[in-house]
Design a protein around this ligand. Sequence first.
Ligand SMILES: [Zn+2]
Length: 289
Amino acid sequence: MIAGRRVDIGAPVVLWFEPGGYDAYRQKPRFSEVGEVGLRYRPGRSGVGLDLAADVASRLEAGTASVGELAEVVDQFVIHYDVCGTSRVCFKVLQDVRSLSVHFLLDLDGTLYQTLDLKEAAWHAAKANGRSVGVEIAQIGAYPPGTALQEDQPLGEWYEDDEAGETRITLPARFDGGHFYRSDPLLKPATNGRITGRLQGQELEQYDFTAAQYETLAHLAAALNRELPGIQLEVPRDGSGEIRSDALSEEEWEAYQGLLGHYHVTERKIDPGPAFNWEGLLRRARELR
Ligand SMILES: [Zn+2]
């Protein structure tokens, strides 16, 4: 849903007002009767740093701008992992505990939940909120090598490698089956085994995302690029064409238009981690586009 208009992205999207959806417009907790009352997002978009016509700026602020006007300010797509494991638990943390928001939640089964119209600024990436669309991909995250492998630690609890080297996701019992939208999800990373890499100068290990998550994400990226062309199908790269493994400088970030990880926005973050397959995502999104 962009500026009040439904857009087909060629993949399943559950909107915030549909059965099974997650509603970030709600000004109260979702799963509890007690908790903070108030906004979880900033209504409308402000044209920070842009020389917009006054009438366009006021329509963006009021949330009455067209898709074309929205495209003048929204030019980044920030990709996160949620360190919660499932979209249901992620929404519970954002909505009920932290009073934060993100436009999309991408669950392990590849279902995409939209919690707010893209005309609103969600609270997911600090300085990037005004100009970005955000997605939280369900995943328990990346850790320094060897530090999270015990059964009571994140990677040890969430993944199991069998003798043939096949990896599967072992959803903890407290997630009550995960409440997935699809009835028979394939709970398995797209790649077997742990993937290591350096981000922000720090060595990390992580399991891959699911194939269903990548496929839906490619459809979303292609649709965002079609509707909001400032969101180019690119990722920050260094002078030799390698994908950046650190945060962009203030000047680089201001000039950048396209997909980026939360770790490209701020040096305090490492998501979506070293396992995230940027090249595969870009290839598939460009193919779909
Ligand atoms: Zn993040």
